[in-house]
Ligand binder design. Structure first.
Ligand code: PEP
Ligand code: MN
Length: 366
């Protein structure tokens, strides 16, 4: 059964400047002074619409800074009153929801550590029944699109249609320069399934440092994401959580000024004409690729029958290693990205094995 989400378009409920929706503020609210001074500076740019601050911080180890709790919500009320910025906080249980609603928080967000747990998400959804408040759902820690969709569905089923998703990267065992691997294909899949669902990117938690922020934020915009959530702090080096990734308000302004905002279409006749032509070429190439794949699969089937008749195993490790090696070398000579060629070969191999297993199973049934 196809999954549907009932979404109220962002433009209908949020007034913000042209371009991507910008959310910024500290990882965590620490003191009234830190919250207020950060908010005042951020508001000056006129580009940021929503002020974020974690009030209850989920931390990996106990005895780390776990947030100031409800008192911080009063500081956020002050931020709204003084700067006009809307406010958003992370909620992880029904008590957080009740506190946030009581203090007039404008938007709630569900953090990555909560999205992984359907019990917690359902508890939040139940607490939101009959309440009209926008909710943003961060992706779960692990790269599980279904879990992310499940959380969005639970909130949507509670009657929340002012819904957004936040892409904050995924935990990975592989060492990389990112704190959380972006795995852009996952938010792209989400967008493909739910074109009407706004998706924001959180470069701060993807990068884990300040240096990569601009590059990741730009990539998110180039992938037509609807906005950015970026952590900022009046004195990042002294921050009680996520010190390495937060920007000063000044740093935030510089980053925003460095972003190239592209449109998702152009009315320029020459551009659309050229694009049409190039797309026709791509269509033809894809058709040819599919025909070649069909031919390859026919041969794979024959090989499957041959192996079966000669009582030989489907998996031939030596041959598979040779294929991987030779295709990688040939791909490299043609200027193709190595990991792309490897992934492509793996997909082909997986399908070939499936096809040959089918051949064997069919024969066994006869
Ligand atoms: C945060 O936004 O400060 C946070 C805790 O993020 P995440 O849930 O993405 O780890
Ligand atoms: Mn943080």
């Amino acid at each position: 059964m196809a999954i549907t989400l009932e979404i109220t378009p962002l433009k209908q409920w949020l007034k913000s400047p042209e371009g991507p929706l910008l959310i910024s503020g500290p990882c965590g609210a620490e003191t009234e002074e830190q919250v207020m001074s950060t908010a005042r500076e951020i508001a000056k740019s006129g580009k940021v619409t929503v002020f974020r601050a974690g009030i209850w911080k989920p931390r990996t180890r106990p005895n780390s800074f776990e947030g100031v709790g409800s008192i911080g919500l009063q500081w956020l009320q002050q931020v709204k009153k003084e700067t006009g910025l809307l406010t958003t906080v992370e909620v992880a249980n029904s008590n957080h929801v009740a506190e946030a609603l009581k203090h007039g928080v404008d938007i709630l967000w569900i953090g990555a550590r909560t999205t992984v747990n359907p019990f917690s998400v359902q508890e939040i959804a139940d607490a939101l029944k009959g309440v009209d408040i926008p909710v943003m759902v961060k992706n779960p820690l692990n790269p599980d699109l279904q879990l992310w969709i499940g959380a969005l569905e639970r909130i949507n089923n509670a009657g929340i249609t002012k819904l957004m998703a936040i892409h904050r990267g995924f935990y990975s065992f592989e060492k990389s320069s990112y704190r959380n691997a972006p795995q852009w294909e996952i938010p792209i899949q989400l967008k493909t399934m739910f074109p009407q669902l706004p998706i924001l990117c959180d470069p701060s938690h993807i990068c884990g440092n300040r240096e990569l922020l601009l590059q990741v934020a730009q990539k998110a915009l180039d992938l037509d994401m609807n906005g950015l959530m970026i952590e900022s702090h009046i004195n990042p080096d002294a921050a009680l959580s996520d010190a390495k990734q937060q920007l000063t308000p000044q740093g935030l302004s510089e980053l925003l000024a460095g972003l190239v905002i592209r449109k998702n279409t152009s009315s320029n006749k020459e551009f659309t004409g050229q694009l049409e032509q190039l797309r026709t070429v791509i269509d033809e190439i894809d058709e040819e690729l599919l025909r070649m794949l069909m031919k390859r699969m026919d041969v794979v089937e024959k090989i499957g029958e041959y192996k079966l008749n000669n009582n030989v195993t489907i998996l031939q490790l030596k041959r598979w290693m040779e294929i991987l090696e030779s295709r990688s070398a040939s791909g490299a000579l043609k200027g193709l990205d190595e990991s792309f060629v490897k992934k492509f070969c793996e997909l082909l191999h997986e399908e070939s094995i499936r096809k040959q297993t089918e051949v064997m199973n069919n024969k066994a049934l006869k």
